[in-house]
Ligand binder design. Structure first.
Ligand code: GDP
Length: 297
């Protein structure tokens, strides 16, 4: 089990003399523990280092409030600093979907939860925002993935573009746009093909689809349990296709959510939603406070 940060810091500060302000040594000792806690939460080393440096500058010399212990005070400073980094979009759940039909491009590696997330998001737009949504699978290599999206569509009562064998991803994107326009849909979602690793063929295809669809939002779906890999995937996708936000899946797992911090710090892209299970309603708007609490333990 992870030791939580307050417990760790309690240990550090027990050894320190009571003073009115946080001395440089107090802060240094505490921040060593913070750094370990961040690394255990799967925050990448350079991000943890920069973060701790920023907190150090903020905390040193700060007066210790009478009602809290120095340990609690450092936890609060760290907590607030985490939220500062994590909070990206003013309203992460507000997607740019005016001017119908608005295209949303869903990208990510195979197995990240992309198809599931596409359906979850479609359901959310339908139920909460009363939008008419059309979903299309562009995964021409995996007929099972196309079927999966159609099955989920039926389950949640959202239309999917009929599957036509032999079409390319770009052809499907064009047909989706046409059907969304003719059919009076508010939004159409393109669930692009995923591969196990990023490769040139995949990126070329996603770029070609992007150029045809001109998406209002390009959401990268990444597995929140994959830590540093998730950050690398986000950096690559952003460089090649440009993403407008991230959806972190499997946040119902026992990971500590450090990927969220690394992702924000490295890519600067807002995390918009988190996946919290396999069910269609297990998608929530990203909340910086919740993830900060989780990282700190
Ligand atoms: P894709 O290959 O990226 O399209 O991945 P899928 O959408 O097919 O998802 C792969 C597996 O992950 C499926 O069994 C999903 O039910 C599961 N999955 C997706 N999102 C989540 C999540 O947020 N939490 C959990 N526990 N499982 C998820």
């Amino acid at each position: 089990m992870f030791e939580n940060l307050s417990e760790r810091l309690g240990g550090v500060f027990d050894r320190l003399t009571k003073q009115g302000a946080l001395s440089a040594e107090d802060v240094k000792a505490a921040l060593r523990e913070v750094r370990v806690a961040l690394l255990e939460a799967d925050v990448s080393l350079p991000v943890a280092r920069d973060f701790v440096k920023a907190v150090e500058a903020k905390a040193t010399g700060q007066a210790v409030t009478k009602s809290v212990t120095p340990g609690q005070q450092v936890v609060k400073i760290v907590h607030d600093a985490l939220i500062d980094v994590l909070r990206g979009a003013e309203d992460p759940g507000a997607l740019k979907i005016d001017n119908p039909p608005a295209p949303i491009l869903m990208v990510g590696l195979q197995g990240s939860g992309k198809t599931t997330t596409t359906a979850k998001l479609a359901r959310r737009l339908k139920e909460r925002e009363k939008k008419r949504v059309l979903m299309a699978s562009l995964d021409t290599n995996r007929p099972a993935a196309m079927e999966q999206l159609a099955i989920l569509g039926t389950q949640i009562g959202v239309d999917t573009l009929p599957i036509v064998k032999g079409e390319s991803a770009v052809q499907i994107a064009r047909r989706a746009k046409q059907q969304a326009t003719l059919g009076g849909y508010d939004v159409y979602m393109l669930d692009t093909a995923g591969r196990l690793h990023i490769d040139e063929v995949l990126m070329d295809e996603v770029q070609a689809v992007r150029d045809v669809a001109k998406p209002r939002e390009t959401l990268l779906v990444v597995d929140g349990l994959t830590g540093q890999d998730a950050v690398n995937v986000a950096t690559e996708f952003d460089a090649k296709v440009g993403i407008s936000g991230v959806v972190l899946t499997r946040m119902d797992g026992d990971g500590r959510g450090g990927a969220a911090l690394s992702m924000r710090a490295v890519t600067g892209k807002p995390i918009r939603f988190v996946g919290l299970g396999e069910k269609m309603d297990a998608l929530e708007t990203f909340e910086a406070e919740r993830i900060a609490g989780r990282i700190l333990g």
